[in-house]
Write a protein that binds this ligand. Structure first.
Ligand SMILES: [Zn+2]
Length: 172
C-alpha cells in the first residue's frame, strides 16, 4: 500500500486521490509494470486501444522507458496506473536514468485532491478526448508541446462521434 494515495472509482473510471497532504517535490509512487520490448510495446498499445470503450474501461497502459523498453502497466503493475491525465496537472512523470519512472508532485496537494499528470502523448487520438476540466484543457490527451493543425480538432471530434455511434453510444 502506498502511503500517499487512495484509489477511487467514479463514473469516469478509476483515479487516485491524496490520502494526506502531499508537499511539492514528493516522490509519490513509481510507475511499475512488466518491461517489454519496443516491438511488443507497440503491439500491446494497439491491442489496448482496440479494447477500450467510450466509458473508459480499459486504458492505454504503455509507458516509454528508454530506447529498448516500454513498461506495460497492465502486468506486474501497481496503483500508479490509475492516476489520470490532466492538461493542468499537479504531478509529473519523471524518468530517472531511463531506468525508473516516478510520479512526483509539482505543487502542494491537499488531502482529498485528485492526482494527475500530463501523459504527454506525441499525437492526439480520436479515442482519447480529454475530460480533465481544467481551464486550459487542450480537448484531447496530448503533450502540451503538440500544435493542432487547422481543422484537426473538428476532424477528431467527428471521428470520436463516429466511434461512439459504432459502439452503440449516443451523444448526450
Ligand atoms: Zn484536458
Amino acid at each position: 500500500m502506498n502511503p500517499w494515495i487512495i484509489i477511487t472509482s467514479s463514473k469516469f473510471g478509476k483515479g487516485a486521490i491524496a490520502a494526506v497532504d502531499i508537499p511539492k517535490g514528493t516522490k509519490i509512487i513509481q510507475y511499475k509494470g512488466k518491461l517489454v520490448s519496443k516491438e511488443l510495446g507497440e503491439k500491446l498499445s494497439d491491442k489496448h486501444r482496440d479494447q477500450i470503450t467510450p466509458i473508459g474501461t480499459g486504458t492505454l497502459w504503455l509507458f516509454t522507458l528508454n530506447d529498448n523498453y516500454d513498461i506495460d502497466g497492465s502486468r506486474q503493475a501497481n496503483e500508479a496506473r490509475y492516476i489520470n491525465h490532466s492538461c493542468e496537472p499537479n504531478c509529473e512523470a519523471i524518468n530517472y536514468d531511463d531506468e525508473e519512472i516516478w510520479i512526483e508532485s509539482i505543487k502542494d496537494i491537499k488531502k482529498g485532491e485528485e492526482l494527475n499528470y500530463d501523459y504527454g502523448f506525441d499525437e492526439p487520438d480520436e479515442r482519447f478526448p480529454c475530460f480533465c476540466g481544467s481551464k486550459n484543457c487542450r480537448g484531447w490527451i496530448v503533450s502540451s508541446e503538440y500544435e493542432f493543425k487547422k481543422g484537426e480538432k473538428e476532424r477528431l471530434q467527428k471521428e470520436y462521434e463516429e466511434w461512439l455511434a459504432e459502439e452503440g453510444f449516443t451523444k448526450d
